[in-house]
Write a protein that binds this ligand. Structure first.
Ligand code: HEC
Length: 140
């Protein structure tokens, strides 16, 4: 019995440390500049589909395509890996609350594809900006 318990806990521990060649273990972008990221967000017209609490002015003069909220209070802030993925591979994990056909078409996110127009630096700054928009609920 003890052996089985040991095996199971070892399997669980190893699953958290996936070192296969396809693993993203070791992936780390340099730190970004959130202020520059805000400029990128404005320039790339992300506001055409997104609203950020307290920054509604970014939408001024626009004819919005849809309204997907970014930021605010959350139980768990996305890791930067998840945020990078949300921008460059949005269909990988559709945001909670946005799984209806207004936002997703046949499993594909309706988010515009920016992969051929965002520089790596812009992506890094964008993610620093996005991450700063979330606040985690305090633990009780
Ligand atoms: C044409 C509309 C559209 C545009 C333009 C757009 N997005 Fe999105 N975005 C979406 C939709 C729809 C979702 C929700 C479905 C999903 O998760 O892909 C989404 C989801 C996201 C999420 C995940 C939010 C969460 O709660 O997990 C992030 C981050 C994001 N977008 C960032 C951006 C950034 C940065 C830009 C500009 C470079 C941008 N989006 C431009 C439509 C858009």
């Amino acid at each position: 019995m003890k052996k089985i318990v040991l095996c199971v806990s070892l399997a669980v521990a190893l699953a958290g440390c996936d070192l296969r060649p396809t693993s993203s273990y070791g992936f780390r972008l340099p730190d970004g500049d959130a202020e520059k990221g805000k400029q990128v967000f404005a320039e790339k017209m992300c506001s055409s589909c997104h609203v950020i609490e307290g920054m509604e002015d970014l939408r001024e003069g626009m004819d919005p395509e849809m309204t997907v909220t970014i930021g605010g209070m959350t139980t768990q802030i996305d890791t930067y890996g998840q945020l990078v993925t949300s921008v460059i591979n949005p269909s990988h994990r559709i945001a909670r609350g946005y799984r209806s056909e207004d936002y997703v078409d046949d499993g594909e996110s309706k988010m515009r594809n920016y992969n051929d127009e965002l520089t790596v630096s812009e992506l890094i700054d964008l993610v620093a900006f996005l991450q700063a928009q979330y606040t985690e609920f305090p633990d009780y």
